[in-house]
Structures are given as structure tokens and as C-alpha cells.
Ligand binder design. Structure first.
Ligand code: SF4
Length: 363
């Protein structure tokens, strides 16, 4: 598909004019997804919206919301004799309570960056003397791929491969956020990629129970502005509905095949979200049938109790109650080259997006 129309300045201008005419009172919206945060920062969209529309960044970067306890567990796996930790690159520099995977690698432990869960499987096949622990971090978008890797390992009888499942699922976490009086968000820009898997139905409660307008939105500038316009229109009309603005990629029913893959291998479990706390049934635990691929059972570890990172306000940033540049470490002690918190590490982290693409807090 030719995406030029979704980058058309004239179309963007018309949408900004409509938003300005419609948002006649202050309206606070939240973009949930880290890819949206980057798109908004990169295209300067905050600066072209009227003052009446305030955009907060939410908890949609999977690396950022991974708790210190989970990062400490991943680090502890890397310290075990005979174990190789395989992880996506974004996780390497994320600080845990006392170390990071990249520091463990520098200290001589076997940590390898891979680009797909299938790379971790290939590693296990090539090096049968090592036990490969894959660090599974991500939302509903990543989980089907990891489920497929587990199923393939099961079919091949691979005995030296397991997964530490730190996955999270999105809808109930949004319920926790809209229920938080400190956050005070009136409308949600919902993630495009996650929604392509789960579809529209899991979000309905946001409108029906909480009366929060919510729009599934794409990632080009015109997509985001269209999503904002749909939200401010609902607010101006006193409506609350879940709508799809990203119809070219998100069918209302999502992707049932990918969901079936998740459901076959994983079951819901409680999960701890950085900044939000434990949210029931928002994690994905490996089902008993596939327990032989559960790293927590195969390589038991006992990390020390987690401690918070001194001075870091990532938790408040992820809840949308502090903007990245309001953190006292932003752009000084904490920059992408020397990150203090995960929101400055990840390519989808809101602190990194503000630092790289805007002059907020540094001008
Ligand atoms: Fe955490 Fe750094 Fe962001 Fe502050 S600027 S919230 S320390 S990542």
C-alpha cells in the first residue's frame, strides 16, 4: 500500500483544523503504545495540536514496563553455569536492581542478542551442551511467535531450550489506568499492532464500564491525527465508544489464528507492571503441557529482592502522571548513551523518544 497519503501535509492540516474546532475545552488523551509515542515525537505532532489537547504517554513499551524483579530474574539466569541467555537487543542495557544483561555479558556470562525466537531455537540445536533460556518480553504481538517457537521445540523434542515468560497483555492494564484518579485520562489512542491480534472486543469495557472513548490508531502522522480527531469528536459529542481508525491493518475480529496459538501454549497469570503494580491476569504463564519449556521450572533461580533505581521516575512516566522531561534526571544524568531507567533505553521508551526527537527539557 502507498503510505504517502498518510503523510500528506495538506490532509494533516485539515485534520488539525478540525481538531482545533472540535476541542473547545481541555481534553487529556493518552497514547498507550510506545510506537505511537515515537511517531508523535518524531513528527512533532504535540507542537501542532491546539493547547486544548494534551497528550500523555502510557505504558505501551514492553521493555519499559518489565519489572525490576523480572529483569533481576533474567540476570540470574545468565549467571547459572551452562546457561546461555538469548534476548532481543532492547533488553541488554535495561537496568535491573543491581546489574544489567550487558554488564553480565561484560563480566563473562553468556548473553546473546537474537532477532527472533527461532534464532534461540537454532542456537539450542547448534549448541546442545548449553541450555538456552529465551527472555520472552512483549505484548500480544510477540507472544504468538514465542508460542510457535515453544510448539516447534516440543515437536522436535528439544531438551535444552526454555522460555522465561515475562509477557503482558494490554486491555486489563488500561482498565487499571483509567481507574486511577491520579491519571485522569479522558480518551485512549489504542495500539495498532496489539489490536491487529486481539481485535476490538477486549477493549469494549473501556467505553461500557468507564465511559472512556478509545480509538485503534495507525502510526503515520495522518493516522495519529485522525485518531485524535475521532477521540475529541466523541468527547465533544458526549459519546464513549471503541472505534477503529486503522482499518487498513486491524480487522474488528483481530487475528484468531494468532490468538489460538497464544491460548494453546500460555494461560493467564498475574503480572507486575513497572509503575502500576501487579495486575491480575495480565501475564502469560506457560501451560503445564509445555512445562518442560518453562525456564522458571527448568533453571530455578532465587534473585535477591528487587530495589528501585535511585532517582528514576519511569514508574510515574509509564502511568502518565509525570512527563519524561519533568524527571530531574532527564537529559542530564539520564541520556540514551548512559540510561538510568528503562524508558531511556528502549527504542520505544517515552524518555528516549522525547530526548531524541524533541527539545522539551533540553532547550
Ligand atoms: Fe527514568 Fe531516565 Fe526517564 Fe528519568 S529520564 S524517568 S531516570 S528513564
Amino acid at each position: 500500500m502507498d503510505l504517502d497519503v498518510f503523510r500528506d501535509p495538506a490532509l494533516a492540516r485539515r485534520l488539525i483544523d478540525r481538531i482545533t474546532a472540535t476541542a473547545t475545552r481541555p481534553m487529556t488523551l493518552m497514547e498507550v503504545c510506545g510506537t505511537h509515542t515515537v511517531a508523535i515525537a518524531k513528527n512533532g505532532l504535540r507542537d501542532v495540536l491546539p493547547d486544548s489537547v494534551r497528550l500523555l504517554s502510557g505504558p505501551g513499551c514492553p521493555v519499559c514496563v518489565t519489572s525490576n524483579a523480572d529483569i533481576d530474574t533474567a540476570i540470574e539466569f545468565a549467571r547459572q553455569p551452562g546457561v546461555t541467555v538469548a534476548t532481543f537487543g532492547d533488553m541488554m542495557k535495561v537496568p535491573g536492581s543491581r546489574s544489567s544483561l550487558s554488564r553480565e555479558k561484560a563480566d563473562g556470562h553468556d548473553v546473546r542478542v537474537i532477532y527472533s525466537p527461532l534464532d534461540a531455537l537454532a542456537l539450542a540445536e547448534r549448541e546442545p551442551e548449553r541450555h538456552i533460556v529465551f527472555i520472552g518480553v512483549g505484548f500480544e504481538t510477540t507472544a504468538p511467535l514465542i508460542a510457535a517457537a515453544i510448539k516447534r521445540a516440543h515437536a522436535a523434542g528439544l531438551g535444552n531450550f526454555s522460555v522465561f515468560s515475562a509477557h503482558k497483555t494490554v486491555p486489563a492494564a488500561l482498565g487499571a489506568l483509567v481507574n486511577d484518579p491520579e491519571v485522569a485520562v479522558e480518551g485512549l489512542i489504542l495500539p495498532g499492532h496489539v489490536s491487529a491480534i486481539i481485535g476490538l472486543a477486549p477493549y469494549r469495557f473501556l467505553a461500557e464500564e468507564y465511559r472512556v472513548p478509545s480509538v485503534i490508531t495507525g502510526f503515520e502522522p495522518v493516522d495519529v491525527l485522525q485518531g485524535v480527531w475521532m477521540l475529541v469528536s466523541q468527547l465533544a459529542e458526549g459519546r464513549a465508544a471503541v472505534e477503529i481508525g486503522y482499518t487498513r491493518s486491524v480487522p474488528e475480529e483481530g487475528n484468531p489464528t494468532a490468538r489460538a496459538m497464544i491460548e494453546e501454549v500460555f494461560e493467564p497469570a498475574d503480572a507486575e507492571w513497572r509503575g502500576i503494580g501487579v495486575i491480575p491476569s495480565t501475564g502469560l504463564a506457560i501451560r503445564e503441557e509445555y512445562a518442560t519449556f518453562d525456564a522458571l521450572l527448568r533453571v530455578p533461580v532465587s534473585p535477591e529482592p528487587p530495589v528501585e533505581i535511585a532517582g528514576c521516575q519511569c514508574g510515574e512516566v509509564l502511568r502518565g502522571v509525570v512527563l519524561p522531561y519533568e524527571c530531574r534526571l532527564f537529559g542530564t544524568a539520564c541520556v540514551p548513551e548512559h540510561p538510568v531507567g528503562p524508558c531511556m533505553v528502549s527504542s520505544e521508551g517515552s524518555c528516549a523518544a522525547y530526548y531524541r526527537y524533541t527539545d522539551y527539557g533540553t532547550a
